[in-house]
Each structure stands twice: as structure tokens, then as C-alpha cells.
Design a protein around this ligand. Structure first.
Ligand code: PRP
Length: 213
């Protein structure tokens, strides 16, 4: 069932760290939500004026809901957006969710020429980006897709390096690892479904302008 058949706006918001600042942006655009509902286990909630419905989505799934037109717009990190390879509009880079996607590993390996190994084992939650980047470097890589605690891949000997998000650097530091090079600077992005951009242009433009302003 496609829930997006009405003229109301549907938003896909990422569960986790980006959720609170994403709601703050919707508030700037004039949409208020009940705190009780925001904290509930409900997966779909409406704002107090019933103009917008919010879908609570796993961050990596936000681009999929928006590309398929289930949500008119979404807020998502550039890491998840690039990894998903979706075709959506990206009218606005947001001022939160700043971090970087980087190659990291043991400091002892940093200055060794790990690029010249016959094959590098890379643990990551971003297999598409990792494949693209190592191909670009001309380095033969075995990409090992994990779903979390990627640093453990190196500590436990599953991989030589990781491609992962570095925000404060604490996880790397506390596990004796270091950044070798940054692949992609990341912030949160406001994305819009291409059909919605035509059909609901006025309201979506108003939201983007309010958040920008
Ligand atoms: C992310 C990322 C790193 C960590 C980086 O993991 O994958 O592990 O945060 O943050 P830091 O530089 O501030 O330490 P997340 O907390 O999302 O958990 P996960 O590893 O289970 O996916």
C-alpha cells in the first residue's frame, strides 16, 4: 500500500543521532510534534496540525523511501545517500550531522604501503563506497560488509582496514586505531523525491526556504 496518495506531505526521518536535529528543522518550517509521540515506538506520526506525516526510518533506508515516492522528502547523512546510489533531488545541505567517512586501521600500518598489498581486506557498512574508492585507487580490495561495530573487524583480524564514519574519533582512539585518509566529508542532507518536487512544489519549496532561512 502506498501511503503517499494524499496532498499531505510525508517525511522520512532517520532514527538515531540525526532525529532530534531533523525535528528541530521541521519545527523551523512550522511543524510541531507531540513529545510523547516522538518518544513512542510508533513508526508513523503526524504533526499537531495534521499537515505532515513522519515515517521513522533506519538511516540507510531513508533514501529508498524517498526515491520510491513513499516519502516526499527525507533527511539523511551524505554517507547513506551516496551508498544507496538513489536518484533524488538534494536541494539543501544541513548544518548538522558533520562527520567524515574514512579509511582507518592500526597506526603501524599507516605509513607502510598498504596500497601495494596484493589484496587489502576492508570491513565496512558502506560496501558500494568502499568498492568505488579502492577501484579508484587501483587497489585490489576484498570488501567485507558488516552491519555495526566495524572497528572490531580490524581488532579481531577479519580485515586489514575499515571504511567507516569518524565523528569524534573516540571509537578509533579507544581501540588503538587511526585515520589513514578521509574519503567523504559528511553532513545531513535534505532530499526530495523527483515526482513530489513537481506535484507538491509549493509546499516543499516553502519548507526548504524556511529551513535555509
Ligand atoms: C558509528 C561509526 C563508528 C562510530 C564513530 O557507529 O560506525 O563506529 O560511530 O563515532 P566516533 O568517532 O564519535 O567514536 P555507531 O555508533 O552508529 O554504531 P555501530 O558501529 O553499531 O553502527
Amino acid at each position: 500500500m502506498n501511503i503517499n496518495r494524499s496532498n499531505k506531505i510525508i517525511a522520512a526521518l532517520p532514527k538515531g543521532k540525526l532525529l532530534a536535529p531533523a525535528f528541530a528543522k521541521l519545527k523551523i518550517a512550522g511543524y510541531e510534534f507531540s513529545d510523547t509521540e516522538k518518544r513512542s515506538r510508533k513508526l508513523i506520526i503526524a504533526d499537531t496540525s495534521k499537515s505532515v506525516r513522519v515515517l521513522f526510518v533506519k538511516p540507510s533506508d531513508v533514501p529508498i523511501y524517498v526515491e520510491h515516492g513513499i516519502a516526499d522528502f527525507g533527511i539523511v547523512g551524505r554517507d547513506s545517500l551516496v551508498e544507496s546510489c538513489v536518484d533524488v533531488f538534494e536541494p539543501l545541505e544541513l548544518d548538522f550531522g558533520r562527520c567524515g567517512l574514512a579509511i582507518a586501521g592500526y597506526p603501524r600500518d599507516e605509513n607502510h604501503d598498504w596500497r601495494l598489498r596484493s589484496s587489502v581486506r576492508v570491513a565496512t557498512k558502506y560496501p558500494n563506497i568502499a568498492r568505488w574508492y579502492f577501484d579508484k585507487l587501483g587497489v585490489q580490495a576484498e570488501i567485507i560488509a558488516l552491519h555495526g561495530s566495524v572497528e572490531l573487524g580490524v581488532l579481531a583480524g577479519l580485515a586489514d582496514v575499515i571504511v567507516d564514519i569518524v565523528e569524534t574519533g573516540t571509537t578509533l582512539k579507544e581501540n588503538g586505531l587511526t585515520v589513514f585518509e578521509e574519503i567523504l566529508p559528511v553532513t545531513a542532507i535534505f532530499i526530495i523525491n523527483k515526482a513530489s518536487h513537481k506535484l507538491k512544489l509549493h509546499e516543499l519549496d516553502r519548507i526548504v526556504s524556511a529551513i535555509k532561512g
